[in-house]
Design a protein around this ligand. Structure first.
Ligand SMILES: C[S@@+](CC[C@H](N)C(=O)[O-])C[C@H]1O[C@@H](n2cnc3c(N)ncnc32)[C@H](O)[C@@H]1O
Length: 227
């Protein structure tokens, strides 16, 4: 499949996942990046960005990678939360998405975002001290999820967190989603365990994974409870 074809398929998947009409989904599957971006910036998408940022306790100085950053719905506010000295790496495989995020950041006066053109199986981050690697509705789109998570872990600080927000297949009629139990298994294989579960979304799990050492929340009393 060509790159454009893959992006088209992803666009189709997004719209099918959001319950859009089939005819529109088909058109979007053939459309350029602007339409894909418009679908992500649809004001009816439930994102709860402020709640997510609050649960993750993002603070100035942190290093965050928003993987599959898309149109920047999380990247821009997360960058603000970690400013002035924190850095937000916006990672995507689509340069048009990264250009859009850069333009949005410029317009909003946000200067601590770095765009990273990732590879299909590797976010290709330029640093190895990432505090939070964040996946919002992205991991299910990645073909080799376990390989991608393995690659991501190599960029994390010792007590860094991998955050996955995605949807269990039984909670949706669509085939494309990804069960949390699969993510748990892949993460356990590389020594990461579910540290926190946040009940922010009705239709999505929101889990942070950490290694059980250093300043890991796993060592704190009450870890791994629903919050
Ligand atoms: C459904 S969108 C989600 C965007 C954003 N996280 C949000 O929730 O608004 C998925 C994004 O992941 C990107 N993507 C898909 N596969 C990827 C990969 N292997 N590496 C990095 N980004 C990827 C797509 O280009 C797209 O921008």
């Amino acid at each position: 499949m060509t790159f454009r074809g893959k992006r088209g398929l992803q666009g189709l998947l997004i719209l099918l996942g959001s319950g859009a009409a089939g005819a529109f989904a088909w058109q979007l599957a053939q459309s350029p990046a602007e339409k894909y971006i418009a679908a992500m910036d649809n004001p009816h998408r439930v994102l709860k960005v402020d709640e997510v940022i609050a649960k993750l306790e993002l603070k100035p100085g942190m290093i965050v990678a928003d993987i599959g950053s898309g149109s920047g719905s999380f990247a821009i506010p997360m960058a603000k939360a970690i400013a002035p000295d924190g850095v937000l790496y916006a990672v995507d495989i689509d340069q048009a998405m990264l250009d859009h995020v850069a333009a949005r950041a410029k317009e909003a006066g946000v200067t601590n975002i770095r765009a990273v053109l990732g590879e299909y199986d590797d976010p290709k981050l330029p640093v190895k001290n990432v505090d939070v690697a964040f996946f919002h509705r992205v991991l299910h789109m990645i073909e080799h999820r376990q390989a991608y998570l393995n690659a991501t872990a190599r960029y994390l600080a010792p007590d860094g967190r991998v955050v996955v927000i995605d949807k269990n297949r039984e909670d949706s009629p669509d085939w494309m989603w990804l069960n949390q139990s699969d993510v748990d298994t892949w993460m356990a294989a590389i020594g990461f365990y579910p540290a926190q579960h946040f009940a922010v979304f009705d239709d999505r799990y929101f889990v942070t994974y950490q290694r059980p050492y250093g300043k890991s929340v796993l060592l704190k009393k009450g870890a791994s409870k629903k919050n």
